[in-house]
Design a protein around this ligand. Structure first.
Ligand code: SF4
Length: 701
């Protein structure tokens, strides 16, 4: 066993569970990762990514110097890193500041688009949106929450007025009854799945899984509702129909804490289980069993993932789940709640920090005069832009129409994560100016004009906020590679330079010596975080917001007394088809998602030892479909949609139902998003990544 020079406690950089990890360091290298047994949320548990996947920080291809494209101008072609030259920080940041200032003067502030990052710290994200709002003067600031849980956010805001996971991970051990839908929890939130399995196996909890795909969690289910992909609204509305028809709802809760029940109860009369059986393929008898199980529980929780939200009906899907919770009064109690399992390590925090086009930090609306005055005073601005900005999907569209003249992207990789990638690449080719700030050269860097090298989680201080709202520390364990800098320092430097280039007489304030000072500014401006400090986290561990005072213990579950919108609101919903269903030419449904060994666009895990375990893109296909097409396990196949084609290795398995194929989205050389459709949910603006039509062709061994 190697003895570490030092051990640094920090937070896993991968998923929203936010596991606490100890990095064992020898000669400035991570040689081992362990987990403390006494610390929530993971209590000693880690998945393979946290345990073995942090070696990406030592990868030789880390960005170490600012880079500037050798031939600036549009239309530009995709370039390798050789298409760039190294530059000093002064040259690179002055170039960015002067371009942004010029574009703002010529085209207006709203011609600049930006994305902050769900992988960066709260402090990085807070400073980023402060720069965008107070200096650039636009609300065009969004991030990948748009692409993973915008449907959940929009739906929960409409129903309750708050979009965060309502209840804590710690409560999972004592669950009575719970519903999981659209979440392959064992692969996407592996440590959470351990608690959920334990609740079933040791605690005797009842589990309803609603999912078209067989997952690890379906093995633990009391009832598995295997509905057809895209029929979520029909399924959950019919469960509500049973609950109302059989008078299983919580009348007291409905009367005291909700509005709109009468109209809702009337609207769902037609959604009988028999009607839903025809739509969903789930037997009416099973719908009734599930509805009764959920309604009769003393308290029941709902957990969901991107299978619900990444849909052109993501808002409606979420509302159908919120309706169930409101009917049965399973809110405002330990062990209950509505719980979207957030994907990225700090997607909750990036949203909390105002990394969204319509809200300031703490979710105060940008068009609210009181919030305007509050943040204008804090950031030295005469007036902040009151017009909500563009979502990331609208920004990419704007790059095509000319409405967007510059794009500043921090720590995101839209040229892996956008749907219909061929179209997205075309838009980026015609974008006049693109700045990419990241730790690796990736698919988006290839279109950049300027690349700014940032630090990874292991090389900087800060905080992440996990899926159950715990603000946890990120601690510097390693020196910076080359001249790379923490995001917050890059932004602060750029802030000063852009103010100068614009001739601004007031400064938003960029003099920070350490992220703790940025956190103190956040806490001073945002009541939810007022009681949280670095000293307190170091002493007590993660603290769940809201935490309004230093004496407040934090809030493990929300809505005990009321909802942020006052009363919870029922929404009558219509079941609608996906925009592209399978047909004779493209007869299979394509669904996309994650596998255990990889993370999102693969920027990190493809540069880790995990890539040796799962090195190649795959497609899951049902044995009956494979036999018809002459496909054997391990054969190469071509999957083609109306938008593109990829070649992947076949996994012949009954996990996905007949007529559906599943492709993970981690592999740039066979990117699932070459195939996906760019139709979006009209409210949440999230693309429908989970359903489009494809054809499958055998290519042989
Ligand atoms: Fe990291 Fe998530 Fe795995 Fe925990 S469950 S170790 S946070 S990837």
């Amino acid at each position: 066993m190697i003895k570490a020079d030092r051990i640094v406690r920090t937070t896993c950089p991968y998923c929203g569970v936010g596991c606490q990890i100890d990095l064992h360091i020898v000669d400035d290298h991570i040689v081992e990762v362990t987990a403390p047994f006494d610390q929530p949320p993971n209590f000693g548990r880690l998945c393979v990514k946290g345990r073995f996947g942090t070696d990406f920080v030592h990868h030789p291809s880390r960005l170490r110097m600012p880079l500037i494209r050798r031939k600036l101008g549009t239309p530009r072609q995709q370039a390798t890193i050789d298409g760039f030259r190294t530059a000093s920080w002064d040259e690179a940041l002055d170039l960015v500041a002067s371009h942004f200032a010029e574009i703002k003067r010529k085209h207006g502030a709203d011609a600049i688009a930006t994305t902050c990052s769900a992988k960066a710290t709260n402090e990085d994200n807070y400073l980023f949106q402060k720069y965008v709002r107070a200096v650039l003067g636009t609300n065009n600031c969004d991030h990948c929450a748009r692409l993973c849980h915008a449907g959940s956010v929009a739906g929960l805001q409409l129903a309750l007025g708050s979009a965060a996971m309502s209840n804590s991970v710690a409560e999972m051990l004592d669950l009575d009854t719970f519903l999981i839908t659209g979440s392959n929890t064992a692969e996407t939130h592996p440590v959470i799945s351990l608690f959920l399995k334990k609740a079933v196996q040791q605690g005797g909890a009842k589990l309803i899984v609603a999912d078209p795909r067989a997952t690890e969690m379906t093995k633990f289910a009391t009832i598995w509702l295997r509905h057809r992909a895209g029929t979520d609204v029909a399924l959950f509305q019919s469960m509500a129909n049973v609950i109302v028809t059989e008078k299983l709802y919580d009348l007291d809760f409905v009367n005291k804490r909700t509005e709109g029940f009468s109209a809702y109860a009337k609207a769902i009369q037609r959604y009988t289980p028999e009607w839903a059986e025809k739509i969903t393929g789930v037997r009416a008898v099973d719908i009734r069993r599930a509805a009764r199980m959920y309604a009769k529980a003393s308290v029941a929780a709902i957990y969901w993932g991107m299978g619900i939200s990444q849909s052109t009906h993501g808002t409606q899907n979420t509302l159908s789940l919120a309706n169930l919770a409101l009917l049965c009064g399973h809110l405002g109690k330990a062990g209950g709640g509505v719980n979207p399992l957030r994907g990225q390590n700090n997607v909750q925090g990036a949203s909390d920090m105002g990394g969204l086009p319509n809200v300031f930090p703490g979710y105060a609306r940008v068009d609210d005069p009181e919030a305007q005055a509050h943040y204008s005073a804090a950031w030295g601005s005469a007036l902040l832009n009151p017009t909500p900005g563009l979502t990331v999907t609208e920004m990419v569209d704007g790059a095509c129409s000319g409405a967007i003249q510059a794009f500043y992207i921090m720590g995101e990789n839209p040229l892996m994560s956008e749907p219909h990638l061929a179209h997205a690449r075309h838009r980026f080719e015609n974008l006049p100016f693109l700045v990419h700030q990241d730790i690796f050269f990736n698919e988006t860097s290839a279109y950049a004009d300027v690349i700014l090298p940032a630090l990874s989680f292991a090389e900087k201080d800060g905080t992440f906020t996990n899926t159950d709202r715990q603000v946890q520390r990120v601690r510097k364990a390693l020196p910076a590679p080359g001249q790379a800098r923490p995001d917050w320092q890059i932004i602060a430097d750029l802030g000063r330079r852009t103010e100068k280039a614009l001739g601004m007489t007031r400064s938003a304030g960029w003099s920070y010596n350490h992220p703790a000072e940025i956190w103190a500014e956040i806490a001073s401006l945002t009541p939810n975080f007022a009681g949280i400090s670095y000293q307190r986290i170091d002493r007590e561990g993660g603290i769940p917001w809201p935490c309004p005072t230093p004496e407040h213990p934090g809030t493990p579950y929300l809505f005990a007394e009321s909802f942020p919108r006052g009363k919870g609101k029922f929404h009558a919903l219509e079941y609608e088809l996906a925009p592209e269903e399978p047909d004779a030419e493209y007869p299979f449904i394509l669904s996309t998602g994650r596998v255990l060994y990889h993370w999102h666009g693969g920027t990190l895990t493809r540069r880790s030892m995990l890539d040796k375990v799962y090195p190649q893109a795959t497609v899951e296909i049902h044995p009956d479909d494979a036999a018809k097409l002459g496909i054997q396990e391990g054969d190469m196949v071509r999957v083609r949609s109306r938008r593109g084609a990829i070649e992947v290795k076949a996994l012949v398995t009954g996990r996905s139902p007949r007529g559906t194929v599943f492709v993970p989205f981690h592999f740039a050389e066979a990117a699932a998003n070459e195939l996906t459709i760019d139709a979006i949910d009209p409210i949440a603006k999230i693309p429908g990544y989970k359903i489009c039509g494809v054809q499958v062709e055998a290519l042989g061994a």
